[in-house]
Design a protein around this ligand. Structure first.
Ligand SMILES: N[C@@H](CCC(=O)N[C@@H](CS)C(=O)NCC(=O)O)C(=O)O
Length: 202
């Protein structure tokens, strides 16, 4: 059975959604980041980058959420379109998530959640401006009427949704100007596997 190392974060939830979509059996190991469990030697031996998510699939250890999704699709199928055009589209938005959506929202959140005296207003401005620009990119893409980022539902939606849901929960007003993105979020949120995956770890 897959051992799934995670925490209650958007990056972890990409993988729990994927596991739920595929209907795979898995055992969840909650890594308590606030207690620095990711620094324990046994964790570092598996992942020198000391971050969740990570899976141990019968001694096949994979970390980095995007790599885990690609591994699961390689092994089980079901997370990527079958045709070259659809796969290219899915890869494009998966990498866009990993390079732009996650880093900007993650850094914005860590600035906003820091004690007032430690906040850097210039950095908040940079990450907020860039996050809104990135939302605009996704909103424009979805404006052509496609239901999901790569046309059909895929790992691209799975990677992007938990981050946008966290941003929406923190500040729904960010989404006022992005109607296509809001409608896409509702479509993704309606999937039973997404609802189950977003509740992991409980
Ligand atoms: N690019 C990585 C990001 C992983 C990541 O940033 N994980 C965070 C939680 S969301 C973490 O484990 N942080 C612990 C630390 O940095 O010590 C991925 O997509 O897997």
């Amino acid at each position: 059975m897959i051992k799934f190392y995670t925490a209650a974060t958007p990056n972890g939830r990409k993988v729990s959604i994927a596991l739920e979509e595929l209907g795979l059996d898995y055992e969840t190991v909650w890594v308590h980041l606030d207690q620095e469990e990711q620094f324990k030697p046994e964790f570092l031996a598996m992942n020198p980058n000391r971050k969740i998510p990570m899976i141990d699939d019968d001694d096949e250890i994979v970390w980095e959420s995007g790599a885990i999704l690609l591994y699961l699709d390689d092994k089980h199928g079901g997370l990527l379109p079958g045709d070259a055009h659809g796969r290219a589209q899915a890869f494009q938005y998966m990498f866009f998530q990993a390079a732009h959506v996650g880093p900007n929202l993650g850094r914005l959140a860590s600035q906003i959640n820091a004690p007032e005296a430690e906040q850097n207003k210039g950095m908040i401005d940079i990450f907020l401006t860039e996050s809104l620009r990135v939302f605009g990119v996704l909103d424009t893409v979805l404006g052509d009427g496609r239901e999901f980022l790569a046309g059909t539902y895929s790992a691209a939606d799975i990677m992007t949704y938990p981050w946008l849901k966290a941003a929406h929960d923190a500040q729904a007003a960010f989404f006022t100007d992005f109607g296509n993105l809001s409608a896409w979020m509702d479509r993704v949120a309606a999937r039973p596997a997404v609802q189950k995956g977003m509740a992991v770890p409980e």
